[in-house]
Design a binder for this molecule. Structure first.
Ligand code: DC
Length: 217
């Protein structure tokens, strides 16, 4: 008997581009499993911070990454700004990436389908994914969204500081040697600067429906 293939939607893009919200919407719509791979880097960073361990010791960090359980990633705890900053530093180390990519690839095989979002899903984690989306938005639009999110939640945030943080994070994510953030050659570009989530969802859904129809043909 032929083992059925899973179907993977790969979504990449910079911080606050809207890729996470889009990934969650697509996963609910298609009944697929979703993994926010940023949480895996954040979980490693948080474990190091909690234990007072250095963020730049590759052996220690890779050891934490190898023992990570993807079933216990708590978005609320991992969302803190300083954890994101630390994750971006941890993510430059190849041994950490190797360990996390192995776990992410194994998650991607889950039936009936999966949505993974991150920085290197279309290029490294799932290069054979039938649908790849690269979600972007201008730095100002992304900073505005992050600012509104923070103000709606815990309170005060400084727009200029958020913009500077995002720009610094982009530079680190795009400039690293191992698996830098960039679109796969066959990725569809989705610019959400002027789009709300509904418009982005409909544009992505059209591409996924096409790929699903092609697979069934
Ligand atoms: O998407 P995020 O802000 O939760 O990601 C946190 C950091 O993790 C980000 O700055 C870079 C890193 N990351 C990565 O290198 N590769 C991924 N696939 C996902 C995140």
């Amino acid at each position: 008997m032929r083992v059925p293939d899973t179907f993977t939607i790969a979504i990449d893009g910079p911080a606050a581009s809207g890729k996470g919200t889009l990934a969650r919407r697509l996963a609910v719509h298609y009944g697929f499993h979703h993994l926010d791979t940023g949480l895996t880097y954040r979980a490693v960073a948080k474990a190091l911070l909690d234990r007072g361990l250095p963020l730049d010791d590759e052996e220690i960090a890779a050891g934490v990454a190898r023992n990570l359980d993807l079933r216990h990633l708590d978005r609320t705890v991992l969302a803190a700004h300083h954890v994101g900053e630390a994750a971006s530093k941890v993510a430059v180390m190849p041994a950490v990436r190797r360990a996390l990519v192995a776990a992410q690839r194994s998650f991607a095989q889950t039936l009936p389908g999966t949505v993974l979002d991150g920085r290197d899903i279309g290029t490294v984690v799932c290069p054979d994914a039938p649908v790849k989306l690269y979600v972007i938005a201008s730095p100002e639009a992304r900073a505005r969204r992050r600012h509104a999110e923070i103000e709606a939640g815990s309170g005060k945030a400084d727009f200029a500081e958020i913009l500077a943080d995002l720009t610094r994070r982009d530079a680190r994510d795009m400039g690293r040697t191992d698996s830098p953030l960039k679109p796969a050659d066959d990725a569809h570009l989705l610019d959400t600067t002027e789009m709300d989530i509904e418009a982005a969802f409909l544009a992505a859904k059209r591409l996924v429906d096409e790929a699903l129809a092609k697979r069934q043909a």
